[in-house]
Write a protein that binds this ligand. Structure first.
Ligand code: DC
Length: 223
């Protein structure tokens, strides 16, 4: 069974998707980490971001792997590095390129083949796995997402004013929604889950309820 969880930055997708996969005993795929790893490869190679052919070649040569809950790029553990602002700042150069999206889409489909999987990103239900049995679009208001992000940053000792977090988030939302290919949007058959006012535990329970409900429907239909 394929469960897709898409949604904007800061909706809590990563932790929810990972915990849902653990509870279900499914594999977990963080597709944002793949885009981030290619962006890091670009920084390391001092790539010309406007050179689409060079970008594609670099992405083709980059070996991205998930092992022991860590992200590896060409055998380096880059789990923390790919989350740094310098990577986030250049990610659009990678995520906007249709050729790179096609390459990563293919990798994602290969990864999911023959597995029960929870896959998380922006385009998983709409583009990568249109046939997925269960699609969830996890969202929250911009203010709530920014408050949560501010809190996370505070927990690692970084105080960032709320309006700064909100401005950065609005920019990412704009980038994610205006991408010519693979833009952020719910698939027509996705369940929209708004997490405003819900705790992480409550969102997780709701996600699991949606998955179990969908499983029961499929079983009843003899699928
Ligand atoms: O989920 P994240 O913040 O780690 O994702 C990083 C960026 O990668 C995000 O701003 C957009 C891009 N992305 C994408 O275009 N398609 C995906 N399936 C996942 C992420």
């Amino acid at each position: 069974m394929i469960v897709t969880i898409d949604g904007p930055a800061g909706a809590g997708k990563s932790s929810i998707a990972r915990q849902a996969a653990d509870s279900l005993g499914f594999d977990f795929l963080d597709t944002g980490a793949m885009y981030r790893a290619v962006a890091l490869a670009g920084i390391r190679a001092d790539i010309d971001w406007d050179d689409a052919a060079a970008m594609l070649k670099l992405a083709q040569r980059s070996e991205i792997a998930f092992r022991n809950r860590r992200v590896w790029l060409n055998r380096d553990d880059v789990t923390e590095l790919i989350r740094t602002p310098s990577v986030t700042d250049v990610i659009r150069h990678v995520a906007d390129l249709p050729s790179i999206r096609a390459l990563l889409t293919e990798k994602q489909r290969r990864y999911a083949r023959g597995h029960d999987i929870v896959t998380e990103g922006r385009d998983q239900g709409s583009e990568v796995f249109p046939e997925a049995e269960c699609k969830i679009f996890l969202t929250a208001s911009a203010e709530e997402r920014a408050r949560r992000r501010q809190q996370q940053l505070g927990e690692v000792g970084r105080y960032v004013p709320l309006d700064t977090v909100l401005a950065q988030q609005n920019r990412r939302d704009e980038e994610d929604q205006s991408r010519p290919v693979g833009r952020l949007r719910p698939a027509a058959d996705a369940v929209i889950l708004n997490s405003d006012g819900l705790s992480l535990e409550e969102v997780l329970l709701e996600v699991l309820r949606i998955v179990h409900h969908r499983r029961a429907e499929l079983a009843a239909a003899g699928a």
